[in-house]
Design a protein around this ligand. Structure first.
Ligand SMILES: Cc1cc2nc3c(=O)[nH]c(=O)nc-3n(C[C@H](O)[C@H](O)[C@H](O)COP(=O)(O)O)c2cc1C
Length: 292
């Protein structure tokens, strides 16, 4: 990666042309929106809303399914930066199936979105259970050969450090954290009903930054793997903070809404200014600095 900023999954990353544009705007790596086993239409609009301090969304993981994504996935080399492919499933078997299919395109990394419910385990969210997280990561590792695997954890886990440890024991090559916080709800008081059609939604943006920083800090204490820190990063100072908590790179999603698509180059420039002013010569010096 030419710099530590990464496009987070679900924002813009629905096709190669979008990913190319984000790289042009300065991202060091980009992530495809999560791909599932088959066509899924997602929730009805309204699905995304910005409020004072963040963004709430209930997009519902819409996906054409991995079969129909083949055309886009086979053009990954055109993007000009490492491409991560995010996958999801509703069972360990579905994760294995999608991972096997996607790995054939040799992405730089497979990101495993374990923030979704397991329909075979009473809807339990994979990332809330050390055992389910271990099972998914082991299955994905077995299915995708030499392609590195990075589970993406949920802040809903009671002990996110222990879930990260279970992923490491299952063979994960890196950890991404966090997915959205919540679920939350906002009500349109004039209409007297929730603003999202799905009622509940995940929260992202500046409001969740302290939760993300705490999660990355705890994961860093538990595992010996690179961490992609995601959640509320909109400025260079936020990226420095996330890296001091233990991240090797930072994901940016909602930041695009707050600062525009060139948020990636803006964050990098601001990081450089901060580093110069604080006697820091290499971004590696930042990683985990708040633990020393
Ligand atoms: C509209 C929207 C769609 C998202 N879709 C996905 C997705 O498909 N897969 C996933 O793993 N995360 C998804 N996320 C979560 C983001 O990748 C990220 O983890 C979260 O938004 C926190 O980062 P941020 O504060 O920089 O947005 C989505 C977030 C938003 C706002």
């Amino acid at each position: 990666m030419k710099n530590p900023t990464v496009l987070a999954s679900g924002l813009l990353g629905v096709n190669v042309e979008m990913l190319k544009r984000v790289v042009k705007e300065g991202a060091g790596a980009v992530t495809f929106k999560s791909i599932g086993p088959r066509v899924k239409s997602g929730h009805r609009n309204p699905t995304v809303l910005a409020y004072e301090w963040g963004v709430i969304n209930a997009v519902g993981l819409p996906s054409p399914g991995y079969r129909d994504m083949g055309g886009e996935l086979s053009r990954m080399k055109e993007v000009g930066a490492p491409v991560f492919v995010s996958i999801y499933g509703a069972s360990v078997g579905e994760f294995r199936e999608v991972a096997e299919a996607v790995a054939k395109y040799k992405p730089a990394m497979i990101e495993v979105n374990i923030s979704c419910p397991n329909t075979e385990a009473e809807g339990m969210i994979f990332g809330c259970s050390e055992k389910l997280a271990f099972d998914v990561v082991s299955a994905v590792k077995n299915a995708c050969g030499s392609v590195p695997v990075m589970p993406k954890l949920t802040p809903q886990a009671q002990n996110i450090g222990r879930v990260a440890k279970a992923c490491e024991e299952a063979g994960a090559d890196a950890i991404a954290a966090i997915n959205t916080v919540g679920p939350g709800m906002l009500i349109n008081i004039e209409a007297r009903k929730p603003v999202l059609d799905y009622k509940r939604g995940g929260i992202s943006g500046p409001a969740i930054r302290p939760v993300a920083v705490r999660c990355v800090y705890e994961i860093y204490e538990e595992v010996d793997l690179p961490i992609l820190g995601i959640g509320g990063v909109t400025e260079g100072r936020d990226a420095v903070e996330m890296m001091q908590a233990g991240a090797t790179a930072v994901g940016i999603g909602s930041g695009i809404y707050y600062r525009g698509i060139d948020v990636f180059s803006k964050v990098c420039e601001e990081m450089k200014v901060w580093m110069k002013g604080n006697g820091c010569k290499n971004v590696k010096e930042l990683v985990g600095a708040a633990h020393e």
